[in-house]
Design a protein around this ligand. Structure first.
Ligand code: FES
Length: 127
């Protein structure tokens, strides 16, 4: 496993980007991993059909929280219409390490929560 990527994940975990809340968010969505009880909450502020601002709060393993942090970097400023079909594999690539089936729920918690936030369904796309 590549140490550089591990370091990047730990860095996001320790200093998550866009961490916090948006009190007047247009969309607030909580997601959880039922296997472990870890949670994240996404706050989205929309601006002319785009994600104007995003914040998240969460509690969980390094992979789930780092992936949420990375996801916020990837979606800010993007058109909502495009993000409705945000490919899970893009986030997995950003994580940069092989994700075992056992950790897949950790790695995809944030993107699944985003999908529910924007589409209102919990379609679980994992590949
Ligand atoms: Fe709970 Fe990873 S162990 S999300």
């Amino acid at each position: 496993m590549d140490d550089l990527y591990r370091e990047q994940i730990l860095e996001h975990y320790k200093n998550p980007h866009h961490f916090g809340e948006i009190t007047d968010a247009d969309i607030t969505q909580e997601g959880d991993n039922p296997l472990c009880g870890d949670v994240i909450t996404l706050y989205l502020k929309l601006d002319d059909g785009r994600v104007g601002d995003v914040r998240f709060r969460g509690r969980g393993c390094a992979i789930s929280q780092a992936s949420a942090s990375m996801l916020t970097d990837m979606i800010v400023g993007k058109p909502v219409q495009e993000l409705k079909t945000f490919p899970t594999k893009d986030l997995l690539e950003e994580l940069g390490i092989p994700i075992s089936p056992a950790r897949m729920k950790c790695a995809t918690l944030s993107v699944n929560t985003l999908r529910v936030a924007l589409n209102g369904d919990s379609h679980d796309e994992e590949d």
